[in-house]
Design a protein around this ligand. Structure first.
Ligand SMILES: Cc1ncc(COP(=O)(O)O)c(C=O)c1O
Length: 374
């Protein structure tokens, strides 16, 4: 059997909660499971409000609506990210301004942000790649001096922190993903973190098709109506039931992934010593969540060979993002805000190793052994 490079881990009350939600016949969003997820995410992150969504992409789209992004408004972000970081803003007519990344963490290079700020810049959107934090002190300082919003794409960052503060809680708004590939999964799912209370009321409205239905459900008004722009961003109770079971195990899942990440780091040190590949870097002030273990090989050819060697042993590995500044839509809808020296080569040479909480430890040894043949 092939070893996948990601797989969800089910070890808790998933089946029980799913059976319960089906038996209740209350499948639309906003029920007991949804409320329990909100409470739990608020507890873990300390966000003023957590609102579940049907994807991380949906949470990012809500952020663009909440910021009232208008055509021509610019949002600074790393080029090395998932398409949704950019498309969420482009859907409102916003212009993603792509910046190169740091060679150590592969996060946005904070030293390149200031030069990309122009008269139409509205926000900075850091992306915490692999659950390792961006340099948030510097980014918050730049945003403060230029009067810009900070909104975080913390899709990969649930359970990770920067100087002990959870990712997704630095800017006014943050997005989490619970996609099947993440540490904590709902199949498709996500959450909006509202850290600035000024966004709290409108966030509920945007999520409920632009209506004040949430207030109606709480009995605060006697009928609901269309009051603003919005869409249907809430997940069903089926999704929330699965997510609640997963959230209950988040600490155990993340701890196990961090432990496996550590084993990879040790086992692959000789490869780095031989100059064939670079291992991930986690700055001392960042606590990561073991979301991804990757290697950046010295050449694209060696990356291809590494992938083949692993595949011969039935081990799947994977490349990751192609930089958005060179994608067809990125070129049409965005602009490039810095020289691009790191993202292209890193993307060409990066390989993600298998990593999931129930992975057997001998996979790490098998990977290290296989790659020793390089
Ligand atoms: C950095 C980043 N942003 C956004 C997303 C989108 O999340 P989702 O797949 O839940 O829509 C993902 C994950 O797929 C991601 O890795």
């Amino acid at each position: 059997m092939k070893i996948p490079y990601f797989e969800p881990t089910f070890g808790g009350r998933e089946s029980e909660y799913l059976a319960e939600v089906l038996a209740s016949r209350q499948l639309a969003g906003g029920g007991r499971f949804t409320r329990a997820c909100h409470e739990r995410i608020e507890q873990v992150t300390g966000a003023v409000r957590a609102l579940t969504t049907h994807s991380g992409t949906a949470a990012l789209e809500m952020i663009a609506l909440l910021l009232r992004i208008e055509p021509g408004d610019e949002i600074i972000m790393p080029t090395y990210t998932f398409v949704s970081t950019a498309s969420a803003f482009a859907l409102r007519g916003g212009v993603p301004v792509f910046i190169d990344i740091r060679s150590d963490t592969l996060n946005i290079d904070e030293t390149l942000i200031e030069q990309a700020i122009g008269p139409r810049t509205r926000a900075i959107c850091p992306v915490h790649y692999a659950g390792v934090a961006c340099e948030m002190d510097t980014i918050m300082d730049i945003a403060g001096r230029h009067g810009l919003a900070v909104v975080e794409d913390a899709a990969q960052g649930f359970g990770a922190s920067y100087k002990d503060k959870p990712l997704g809680t630095f800017g006014g708004l943050g997005a989490l993903s619970f996609h099947a590939s993440k540490n904590v999964v709902a199949g498709e799912g996500g959450a909006l973190l509202v850290n600035d209370p000024a966004h709290a009321e409108r966030a509920e409205i945007v999520r409920e098709k632009g209506t004040n239905r949430s207030q109606f459900f709480r009995g605060e008004i006697d009928k609901y109506t269309w009051v603003d722009l919005g869409s249907s961003y809430l997940p069903s109770e089926i999704t929330a039931a699965l997510l609640l079971a997963q959230l209950e195990q988040a600490d155990a899942i993340n701890a196990r992934r961090v432990a496996l990440w550590g084993r990879y780091h040790e086992a692959l040190a000789p490869l780095e010593a031989r100059g064939l590949a670079r291992r991930p870097h986690v700055p001392q002030h960042c606590a990561h969540n073991g979301h991804i273990y990757y290697l950046v090989f010295d050449t694209a050819e060696r990356r291809a060979r590494a992938r083949d060697i692993l595949l011969e042993r039935d081990i799947n590995s994977s490349a990751h993002y192609a930089p958005l500044h060179s994608s067809p839509a990125g070129q049409r809808l965005g602009r490039t805000g810095s020289a691009m020296k790191v993202a292209g080569p890193a993307s060409d040479c990066l390989l993600r190793m298998p990593l999931y909480a129930h992975m057997e430890e001998n996979v790490v040894e098998r990977v290290a052994e296989a790659l020793a043949a390089l």
